[in-house]
Design a protein around this ligand. Structure first.
Ligand code: ADP
Ligand code: MG
Length: 602
């Protein structure tokens, strides 16, 4: 919690203003019982014949009114500055979280979970904000009330102080017990909220699937169950908290009444039936006991909120402190000293996901060559995506080495490494904005000509041109484009970069046969000196690759050209057989030639 409070450092002047307002408010409020005292003293000591000095009472009353108004103004000032302090604190917290999450490695995100990160940035942050709001107000007010009140009580008569001395520990016990019981429940509430968010997200993103399979009922049942379970915990917490208020309230009232009992006892002791001073003292003491108890009530609010805030603070801190699994190498070579040869090499790589026992990849060794296509083929789940994810260091090889331009990827600055690679992930992700914005993801200073060229190579210029060219808007998640169009825009984004290494993860399977060929041909011109790594499921997409790596259950079953593998690699033969017969292959190669002869590259 303290660590998070440190984030408020830059807000120190706002904090000071809040404190000044609170101090002002406190001092003003503490003036009031003194004046009440004066009035009651005036009343009780008044001459029986002339009556009390009305002028004096009126003046004192006016003073009290003035002080109250000033206190009111201070309270408003406090509220306004405090609200802005709270908002700014939330902003800092959220941007810290966002920045940290951007630095997460893929396995970090998998570990925490997207939904949990979302609740952390929303709900947990808000809980902390409210806590800060209460805390800044109470931090000064409550202790001041308590100390000044106690001193004044001692001044009047130490007997009154005993009431506080008995009352306070009881309230304290109530608060501590609640804290103990409620604390774990509050953590639980946030966890349940994570789960509800997760289901809600799945229900939203998967809405088509849910409808297509008529599973609305089932989805709703799951959601309802999670929702109810969260509500149950909430009710439980609420019940506990509801007990606290009346108990404290009763203790307060007993304390208040005790003042008068003590007053009565003192009155009896004095044996003077006309002791009017004692009367005004008792009224004054009641005022102070009241404000002390009030400050205690405020503190108890803080304590009630504390378990929940502590739980949220813990969750936020955990997200902030999660070490990115992919660490930047501090001794990395300056990028200018690395020759940009455009070569990727796998040296006996073994890779195991942190939550798996068995390696997903083993004994992977091959080298790409500039100007050549290296294809990776294998059934789904054979480890193709895992393999290429090692190149930009989305994950780190468990054993062996991955080298880019003859240097171990772990010896690069991560950002430097990634600028060397044009990466097209299996899932095409576009961002809301224009096509131009999306392409500039690849290269921030790309000119329109460069972008149009990339779009042409990616066979997307035709459909982009028909809309509004580079200014065509891409809606959230690229929903206004078809799967194949999205895929091609994602390819264009990687092409704009003009790196010497391209990686396409199953990027061509969403394309029709002809577009596939045209794109690959255009690409071979565009990326003449680059290593191109193509992950594919369709043999036809890679039939002309200079080398084909065949993967099966994470192992390399063969490497070579189509012709070589066809004669030597059993797994490759199976793949080919399952997709096309011999005639078809020959036909495919023929069509490919025809298309090229007829249309040329775009
Ligand atoms: N994030 C992950 N955590 C744990 N296991 C994973 C993860 N991603 C993939 N796997 C496992 O690794 C294997 C290979 O997956 P993947 O590389 O995606 O295959 P492909 O791309 O060839 O279809 C699969 O068996 C899958 O269950
Ligand atoms: Mg894959």
């Amino acid at each position: 919690m303290l660590k998070l409070l440190k984030l408020m450092k830059s807000l120190w002047w706002q904090l000071i203003i809040v404190f000044i307002f609170v101090a002002l408010q406190t001092i003003l409020q503490l003036q009031l019982p003194g004046y009440t005292n004066e009035i009651t003293a005036q009343l009780s000591q008044a001459d029986p014949l002339l009556g009390p000095d009305m002028n004096f009472i009126l003046m004192t009353g006016l003073k009290m009114l003035g002080i109250s108004l000033l206190g009111f103004a201070a309270a408003i000032g406090q509220m306004v500055t405090n609200a802005s302090l709270m908002a700014n604190f939330g902003k800092i917290l959220r941007s810290k979280l966002f920045k940290q999450v951007q630095n997460y490695s893929i396995s970090n995100i998998n570990k925490v979970g997207t939904s949990s990160l979302l609740t952390r940035i929303n709900s947990d942050t808000r809980v902390l904000q409210t806590f800060i709001f209460m805390l800044t107000r109470t931090a000064i007010m409550a202790p001041t009330f308590m100390v000044v009140g106690t001193l004044k009580l001692l001044q009047i008569n130490p007997m009154y102080t005993s009431i506080i001395l008995i009352g306070m520990p009881i309230v304290l016990i109530v608060i501590v017990v609640t804290f103990k019981i409620a604390s774990p429940l509050f953590s639980l509430v946030q966890e349940k909220l994570d789960y509800v968010t997760l289901l809600f997200r799945e229900g939203l993103t998967g809405v088509r699937v849910v409808r297509a399979f008529n599973q609305e009922e089932r989805e709703f049942r799951f959601f309802d169950k999670a929702n109810r379970s969260m509500t149950d915990v909430n009710i439980k917490v609420g019940k506990i908290m509801e007990f606290v208020n009346p108990i404290i309230s009763v203790i307060f009232n007993i304390a208040y009444v005790s003042v008068f009992i003590v007053g009565f006892m003192l009155f009896e002791q004095s044996g003077d039936a006309t002791n009017k001073i004692l009367f005004s003292q008792t009224i004054g003491a009641a005022g102070y006991v009241n404000s002390i108890m009030m400050s205690f009530l405020m503190l108890s609010f803080i304590f009630i909120m504390f378990p929940r805030s502590a739980a949220s603070a813990k969750r936020i801190l955990a997200a902030l402190n999660l070490e990115p699994e992919i660490r930047n190498n501090v001794n990395a070579l300056p990028i200018t000293e690395i020759e940009d040869a455009g070569v990727v090499e796998f040296k006996n790589v073994l890779f195991t996901f942190s939550d798996n026992q068995h390696p997903t990849l083993s004994h992977i060794s091959f080298t790409t060559k500039p100007g050549q296509v290296t294809a990776i083929i294998g059934s789904t789940g054979s480890g193709k995506s895992s393999l290429i994810n090692l190149i930009p260091r989305f994950f780190d090889a468990t054993e062996g080495q991955v080298l880019v331009n003859n240097i171990d990827v772990k010896d690069y600055q991560v950002n430097d490494l990634r600028t060397k690679i044009g990466f097209v992930p299996q899932q095409a992700v576009l961002f809301s904005g224009s096509v131009r914005d999306n392409l500039r993801f690849g290269k921030s200073d790309a000119t329109d000509e460069e972008m149009i060229e990339a779009l042409k190579v990616a066979q997307s210029w035709n459909f982009v041109k028909k809309k509004e060219g580079l200014d065509t808007m891409v809606s959230q998640g690229g929903k206004n484009f078809s799967g194949g169009q999205k895929q091609r825009l994602a390819i264009a984004r990687a092409l704009v970069r003009k790196p010497n290494i391209y990686i396409f993860d199953d990027s061509f399977s969403a394309l029709d046969f002809k577009t596939d060929i045209k794109l690959r041909t255009a690409l071979s011109n565009y990326a003449k000196n680059a290593s191109v790594i193509i992950v594919a499921q369709r043999v036809s997409s890679i039939i002309n690759a200079e080398q084909i790596v065949v993967l099966d259950e994470g192992k390399m079953m063969g490497i070579g050209t189509h012709a070589q593998l066809l004669s030597s690699c059993l797994v490759y033969q199976e793949i080919v057989k399952s997709q096309m017969d011999k005639d078809e292959i020959e036909k495919t190669m023929q069509i490919e030639k025809d298309v090229l002869a007829f249309e040329g590259g775009e």
